[in-house]
Design a protein. Sequence first.
Length: 277
Amino acid sequence: MRTPNRTILQLSDPHLERAESDADARLARALGAVRASGVRPDALLLSGDLADDGSDEAYARLRALVAPVAAELGCPVVALPGNHDLTDPFRAALLDGGPVDRVEWLGGLRVVVLDTNVPGAAHGVLRDEQLAWLAEQLAAPAPDGTLLALHHPPIPTPHPLMIRLALRRPERLADVVRGTDVRQIVCGHAHAAAAGTLAGIPVWSAPALTVTMDPVSPAGRLRAWADLGGITRLDLFGQDWIATHVPVSAGATVLYDDPLAERTAWLDAAEAQEGGD
């Protein structure tokens, strides 16, 4: 049985507000699922729109929810801002005043974080100096390759609203990452799980913890769903990244909840038979 070299759990777009709300409960529910899973990830990745209003109160509550879980799991928190976040309060609360654009090392895995925010706007942009900095970081390959994290998706979406709020001129990013050791690009913002490619590199647009946008709304309408979001499990198997959408809902109905050994006994027997052939 293959096991992953690295595992990252991505939580995106919790949208905590100045006053406690349902968003806090959704984030707590997701963190509870992480703790109950027994997974010991290499990092918790928070991919933007952490505070809906950029308030100090929201960041303080987010840190109070996330930090104890990360400490229990023994892993770092890799956070980046979204368009709802305000840079200075975000940096003070979650980066201890450090830069948003940075490199985080998880063993031999290089995680590069980029800030795609445009102050006062909802779409994303990467500036010339950011792209030049990224090219410098990627000039030498990392032992386990590079994971690139940003908030605004560099891939299109069929959603008529979110397509207007995506990363502008993604081809500029494509020119920088093409032919490098970037093996996966992960983002948030779109409030719907989606997969695509940029310069031949897999891109994962994560589900949101809050509202889920409906890309097949009735004609002429926009529809969104509550409690249909989730988290993402990112696993590195050798050279390959696997992104798995993990639903987290307040009203989920359990179909079965049995001991793993019971549910996999048939497979154990089949594999034993294969080994004997």
